[in-house]
Design a protein around this ligand. Structure first.
Ligand SMILES: [Zn+2]
Length: 380
């Protein structure tokens, strides 16, 4: 496969250390950040901010004072130099549990089951948890340079940047039409619906709790607010992850492409439905779309974006198009042939039909993926 087809992805890999390994990782993380703080002070006092210059001043002292390995010392110096790159006039401070950047000299993978990491107690082999989707990527790619070891809410993760080739797209003869919405987050032309009810219920509960906490305005309330925002975003992402994975699997297993409405249509519809859609729902909607495009490209499923005009008003049976075909938000009932179906399902059938008369736009799907990678990394 040629090189330009590769894309960069950030994978979040969960570590499952034993209690003893947890202690090793924790003491290493704390020692590393202590060293960073000390290095920052030395560099600041000596008025040097460049990596090589800092190294000259502190390298041996750091190894001795903090008992870090040669490579770990280099990583600590690099982290300090990075901070000075952002602002050379301020003494940076490092949180005790800030990330360590591991490179291939202090981190390696043993199949898909273990990661071997350097710690103050020597190298340890920690069990990792990789989902099938990530396993495929790790299996067929090379790790690019580095991974961040992070402690997030008491759990250990490696954030790993990999360069993975996209699978070549099969040229699709048929398509799975997908209508993206709010009540049903997605409806496909096979008749599957992916409900947003649980998500919407959670959103309402949280919105209510947020209002109360905002009214309080105490530091404790503010902390709680931040926590709620995090829980909500994770639930959202997991839901979208499940839906997009399922849609892409259905398409792939049946050798079909995926058809969705093009972005212009989404915007138009967003205007129509603005009243029922919060800013949050809009964001979630784009996240789902991006995840579909992203996963489809990585699994070799073609994505086609079709003209969204009247997809919700046209009868998928006879083609008759009328606003009056929609007696309610949920129902489609054709004035001409009396065909009736759920409105979202009728729309999904129209999206599929439009894709069948178009050529798959593989190139544009790939561009969407490029944009999606950034979003994906930002969402982590
Ligand atoms: Zn009809």
């Amino acid at each position: 496969m040629s090189k330009e087809l590769n894309v960069l992805r950030t994978l979040k890999i969960r570590l499952n250390p034993t209690p003893q390994q947890h202690q090793s990782l924790l003491s290493t993380l704390e020692r590393f950040n202590e060293a960073c703080n000390w290095i920052a002070q030395q560099a600041f006092g000596g008025r040097v901010t460049n990596k090589i210059a800092i190294q000259k001043i502190v390298y041996y002292a750091v190894r001795e004072r903090y008992a870090l390995s040669a490579q770990m010392t280099i990583r600590a110096i690099a982290k300090v130099a990075e901070a000075y790159k952002r602002d050379r006039d301020r003494l940076p401070t490092f949180r005790p549990h800030g990330a360590i950047v591991y490179d291939e000299r202090i981190l390696s993978f043993d199949g898909l089951e273990f990661a071997s990491l350097w710690t103050l107690q020597g190298r340890i082999k920690v069990a990792i948890q990789v989902c099938g989707y990530h396993a495929g990527i790790i299996g067929n790619s090379h790790v690019r340079g580095q991974a961040d070891l992070c402690l997030i809410r008491g759990k250990w993760y490696l954030l790993l940047v990999v360069e993975a080739p996209d699978e070549p797209c099969e040229s699709a003869l048929d398509f799975l039409g997908v209508d993206l919405g709010i009540v049903s987050l997605a409806t496909d032309s096979d008749g599957n619906t992916y409900s947003g009810m649980a998500l919407e219920r959670k959103r309402r509960i949280y919105a209510h709790r947020r209002r109360n906490l905002q009214r309080k305005g105490t530091p404790a309330a503010k902390r709680k607010l931040r926590k709620i925002a995090g829980v909500q975003a994770r639930f959202q992402r997991d839901t979208n992850h499940r839906i997009s994975k399922s849609l892409v699997n259905i398409a792939r297993d049946t050798h079909r492409g995926i058809a969705i409405e093009n972005l212009k249509g989404i915007r138009d519809r967003a205007t129509v439905r603005r009243k029922q859609r919060s800013k949050h729902a809009n964001w979630a909607f784009h996240q789902l779309r991006t995840q579909i495009e992203y996963k489809a490209a990585s699994r070799g499923v073609a994505v086609v974006a079709v003209d969204p005009n009247n997809t919700s008003r046209m009868c998928s049976e006879c083609g008759y198009t009328d606003k009056a075909n929609r007696p309610s938000q949920a129902l489609f009932l054709c004035k001409s042939c009396r065909y009736s179906a759920s409105a979202d399902f009728n729309t999904a059938l129209n999206i599929r039909a439009r894709a069948l008369v178009m050529k798959p736009m593989v190139a544009s799907a790939r561009n969407a993926v490029r944009a999606g990678v950034q979003l994906h990394a930002a969402a982590l």
